[in-house]
Design a protein around this ligand. Sequence first.
Ligand code: DGL
Length: 275
Amino acid sequence: MTEINNTSLPIGVFDSGVGGLTVLKAIREELPQENLVYLGDTARLPYGTKSPASIERYAIQATARLQEQGIKLLVVACNTASAVALDALRRQMEPVPVIGVVEPGAMAAVAARPGGAHLVLATEATVRLGAYREAILARDADAQVREQSCEMLVALAEEGWVVGVIATAIVRRYLDEAREDSFVPDSIILGCTHFPLLRATIVAVAGEGVAVVDSAGTTAAVVRQVLDANAILNDTEKPGRVQLLATDGVTRFARVGGFFLGRSLTADDIELVDL
Ligand code: DGL
């Protein structure tokens, strides 16, 4: 079992693919001295179209890999896995704290537009479970919530096609569908960790006055609070190490992951692992 009070242990960050690197980047900016290990389950992406039973099984296996290596905190940097499997992962990791991204995303949206009309863009599985609706309404009973599944945006992000004619047309198609029945959102929640890459396109299509929020920054702030509350902040001046693991396609991971992290990666930066 992990010794939770070993402050130099890494924070584990897990996603179905490269999207969670947006959360890793925010944690790195917030806590540069922390060691981080990231696991992208690229072999089984996408999670968003799978059944809850499969998603939970995959998430448990990915978590077990990080648990074996030893981590002091787990960040489930995947909205789909957070929506489906957070309770199971908390039981698995106990006493190591586990943070999902749905609650921080809901907090960010409610802070940006109290009493607002929120449009959640997410995967099919996240929408089916109504995880954002529940999290937003628990914080703000006056809010309105509409959830829209946008599977093609995952593929666009993975491909790196995040601006231009094709990305704009697909984003417009989803937003038009969500705005049927005169629903006028004043916030759009990027309820999938892949979607921050498409932020510029989504902002342009949404138009002025709509707050576009994601969970990365709020999650990083929650990570700091939880480390602090458990007295496990890494108290060193040295910059932390970042280890990147993937279950398939390290060359593609490096190419696409570079977009997400905002720096270039090569296949040698990624370790291939089997779960
Ligand atoms: N990163 C996942 C999420 O945040 C979406 C990608 C997938 O479907 O696996 O929901």
